[in-house]
Design a protein around this ligand. Structure first.
Ligand SMILES: Nc1ncnc2c1ncn2[C@@H]1O[C@H](COP(=O)(O)OP(=O)(O)OP(=O)(O)O)[C@@H](O)[C@H]1O
Length: 299
């Protein structure tokens, strides 16, 4: 479990992290979202034990992570700007990882080589940007980390590789309870893998949500009535947003779906369908609830 409690980080004179608290359970994937300069990298580096917070606590399994070698042997951080030793081949870099990470899995390394089809004897700096990112994931996953911390990890990967890497991550989360923290400035990038999402803005965590809970609590429905919509429907339903397209209303409604259905049925709709709700739409309404327009914060 990753536990961050009231963390404050100052860089020069500025508060880059301002009283951040969050908890990530084992075997779950947490998406940390925020625009440029929100503090994502700083928070990730603090959680990875690379940077030390000025105040508060950052713990893995209830132990402080900073300068904790035993915990770091079980944690891999892939930074947004990749770092490999200059002129090292993939194999030389793998040998280095083998020395550092006790749970290095050589069988997996060879299997993944077949799937990624990258030459282990080639110098990493001669690969393209996207291929270097593939190498970073390849090495990271073969280190069999219990904690995987990823800073804007999917930039520069083509859609096929992106899907492949996401499925490897999900498999490790499901099969061996790996815990993942992934940052992004783009909701769509992470919505298919995260269990929970937090939005960081100017060093503060504005909103933190479990995605299953969120999705089961908000519904997008299209409704049409023979006549105009009866305004008393608002008395019983929490309608966060509505728009009219022809004679059809598209509504975002909060609440238990069965109850919503029962209430709407009382008004005898001629059309009543549930529509898929994207994470982006959910966040638009949730962020409005805490007084922010999401377009000013995220892509
Ligand atoms: N070494 C540093 N010294 C001083 N200020 C810094 C330093 N590194 C980052 N900052 C400041 O901290 C704030 C947060 O930066 P950080 O890199 O954590 O944001 P981010 O959310 O990862 O941004 P991006 O999406 O652009 O990578 C920014 O205002 C930045 O200017």
């Amino acid at each position: 479990m990753i536990q961050v409690q009231n963390v404050v980080k100052k860089l020069e004179k500025d508060f880059v992290l301002d009283d951040i608290s969050l908890k990530i359970n084992n075997g779950s994937i947490y998406g940390l979202l925020g625009s440029n300069g929100a503090g994502k990298t700083t928070l990730l580096k603090t959680i990875a034990g690379i940077m030390k917070q000025n105040e508060g606590a950052v713990e893995l399994e209830r132990k402080p992570v900073f300068e904790n070698v035993e915990l770091k042997e079980r944690l891999v951080f892939i930074p947004d700007t990749l770092y490999f030793f200059s002129h090292y081949t993939v194999q030389q870099m793998a040998n280095f990882y083998m020395d550092i990470y006790p749970k290095w899995n050589q069988e997996r390394f060879e299997e993944m080589q077949q799937l990624l089809d990258l030459d282990t004897n080639r110098k990493i700096h001669r690969f393209s940007k996207g291929m270097q990112r593939q190498v970073a994931f390849w090495l990271a996953l073969c280190a069999m980390p219990d904690y995987l911390i990823l800073d804007e990890p999917f930039d520069g990967l083509d859609p096929v590789i992106r899907r492949k890497i996401k499925s490897w991550i999900i498999q490790d989360v499901a099969e061996r309870e790996m815990t993942v923290l992934v940052s992004s400035h783009n909701l769509k990038e992470v919505e298919d893998i995260c269990d929970a999402v937090g939005i960081l803005h100017r060093g503060k965590l504005l909103l933190e949500k479990d995605l299953d809970e969120l999705k089961s609590d908000l519904h997008k429905v299209q409704i049409a009535f023979k006549r105009e919509m009866d305004s008393t429907i608002f008395d019983d339903l929490e309608i966060l947003h509505q728009e009219k397209r022809g004679s059809v209303y598209i509504c975002i409604i909060r609440g238990d779906y069965q109850q919503v259905e029962e209430i709407v049925e009382q008004f005898n709709p001629v059309v009543f369908d549930i529509l898929p709700l994207t994470l982006e739409e959910i966040f638009i309404y949730e962020m409005e609830g805490v007084g922010y327009a999401i377009e000013n914060i995220l892509l």
